[in-house]
Design a protein around this ligand. Structure first.
Ligand code: FAD
Length: 470
């Protein structure tokens, strides 16, 4: 048992936990963070958002040099790949960022406790303590409050247990030591498409197998369908409405048994990425002993992020909502501020979602499908990048901006952007929507020319029936 009592112990140093810890420390709390990995930053920094984007950026440069430079009149010998160097650059980016969090902890006087944490129920209604287990043994720490932020991990599917380097989760697919000849991606969600794109650009044949009839189910249907066509042009192939029923491996060769309306068949490959969803890390945390309730596998919390056990809170991938790093961080900040008596809240209607393929899809608010399902009235304004001067100059004209607005007030209800730098362009839509702005508000703003962001203004003009350039 340690002598010190903290105001707050956070279990899990990912984007939810580390951000909550920093904000709580800024607000005067004494804070410790328990993390079982060697580095801070969770899945996001170590094996998720950051390394995947590092590989997407490197592979995009490689593919553009190979496939596009000549269109710009730049003639080069075909580029060659130095995969170890490309992977090292990715790892260097991760290391710099995770070290950055460690120095933020120092600056904010946050104690890092290395090991695996679990709740130990307190006697007579006392808040639980936290047992931390590491190679050095087990130590128990006292805290006035405990925040659970242990995140999630990839789901393993029965016929295909993980068997690195042959059958891997996303972490494995971020580190293949050679370019797979044929990579099969199980799951047509954003993680599978992003990592499938990386290896297709670097030379793999990539097949995406998806149980549903469409890819990217929550995304605007028009954008998802258009993206599928563009990814097919980039060399990915899709087996939709197809279920995996069995698998076997013989040396380097994996044979997958597939079932669809068209019948049963087999697919052979040398690597499989299983990205069929993620499961919250709720096991071995001592939840039952503390009476913490789950709802569909995730921890139920109230508006303060308090669980059904007084003094124990939870955020991030552990609790309901999209499993995204910025959602986890936002909850971390709001948790700490509400603890300090502030009236902060997360606006769950305005959590952006991005797919970092080429082109990117970025969306916020409601999709057309959601508005239809709820019987809401809306007008649509669309602007194709084909009509954007900047997109033409960039030779990046695939995609469009779609604005959904309320017919009377013009208030923007949802925006989907498929196109170059869509992830960055979405910032303007986010700001306008956060201030309950309308298509007219955007239409009245002078946008710089030539920029991609003019396309957002044009889509708003289109929603008002006043499109100029389309
Ligand atoms: P995590 O990041 O999972 O962190 C939890 C931490 O808790 C981990 O470090 C874990 O080691 C630690 N832990 C678990 N149990 C214990 C324990 N008992 N004791 C001590 N420590 C423990 N999201 C985006 O927003 N944008 C993206 O572009 C994006 N890309 C992604 C790409 C990939 C390939 C993947 C896999 C995910 C991606 N995500 C992305 C999702 C994002 O990574 C997660 O939503 C986010 O990391 C969740 O944050 P968290 O703090 O809840 O948990």
């Amino acid at each position: 048992m340690s002598d010190s009592t903290y105001d707050l112990i956070v279990i899990g140093g990912g984007p939810g936990g580390y951000v909550a810890a920093i904000r709580a420390a800024q607000l005067g709390q004494s804070v410790a963070v328990v993390e079982q990995r060697a580095s801070l930053g969770g899945v996001c920094l170590n094996e998720g958002c950051i390394p995947s984007k590092a590989l997407l950026d490197s592979s995009e440069l490689f593919a553009r040099a190979r496939d596009e430079f000549d269109k710009h009149g730049i003639l080069i010998d075909p580029p060659r790949l130095d995969l170890p160097k490309l992977l090292k650059r990715k790892q260097d980016v991760v290391t710099r960022l995770t070290r950055g969090i460690a120095s933020l902890f120092k600056k904010n006087a946050i104690t890092q406790l290395s090991g695996s944490g679990r709740l130990v129920a307190g006697a007579d209604g006392a808040p639980p303590s936290v047992a931390v287990t590491s190679d050095a043994g087990e130590t128990t720490y006292q805290a006035r409050r405990v925040l659970l932020a242990t995140g999630s991990r990839a789901i393993e599917i029965p016929p295909l247990p993980f068997e690195p380097p042959y059958v891997v989760d996303a972490a494995g697919a971020l580190s293949f030591e050679t370019v797979p000849e044929h990579l099969v991606v199980i799951g047509g969600g954003y993680i599978g498409l992003e990592l499938g794109t990386v290896w297709a650009r670097l030379g793999s044949k990539v097949t995406v197998v998806e149980m549903l009839p469409e890819i990217l189910p929550p995304t605007d249907r028009e954008a998802a369908k258009a993206l599928q066509k563009l990814l097919e042009k980039q060399g990915l192939s899709f087996r939709l409405g197809t279920q995996l029923t069995g698998a076997s491996r013989d040396g380097e060769q994996i044979t997958l048994s597939l079932e669809s309306d068209k019948g049963n068949d087999k697919l052979t490959c040398d690597r499989v990425l299983v990205s069929a969803g993620r499961r919250p890390n709720t096991e071995q945390l001592g939840l039952e002993a503390c009476g913490i309730e789950l709802e569909q596998g995730r921890i139920r919390v109230d508006d303060d992020y308090q669980t059904s056990c007084k003094g124990v809170y939870a955020i991030g991938d552990l609790v309901p909502g999209p499993m995204l790093a910025h959602k986890a961080s936002e909850e971390g900040v709001v948790f700490a501020e509400r603890l300090a008596g502030q009236a902060s809240r997360v606006d769950y209607e305005l959590i952006p979602g991005i797919i970092y393929t080429h082109p990117e899809i970025a969306a916020i608010g409601q999709t057309e499908q959601q508005l239809k399902d709820t019987g809401s009235e809306y007008t649509v304004g669309k602007f194709p990048f084909m009509a954007s001067g900047r997109a033409k100059a960039m030779n990046a004209t695939d995609g469009f901006v779609k604005v959904l607005a309320a017919p009377q007030s013009g208030r923007i209800l949802g925006v989907t952007i498929m196109g170059p730098h869509a992830s960055e362009m979405l910032g303007e839509a986010m700001a306008v929507m956060a201030f309950a702005g309308s298509a007219r508000d955007v239409a009245m703003m002078c946008h710089a020319h030539p920029t991609l962001s003019e396309s957002f203004k044009e889509a708003c003009l289109a929603a008002l029936g006043e499109a100029v350039h389309a």
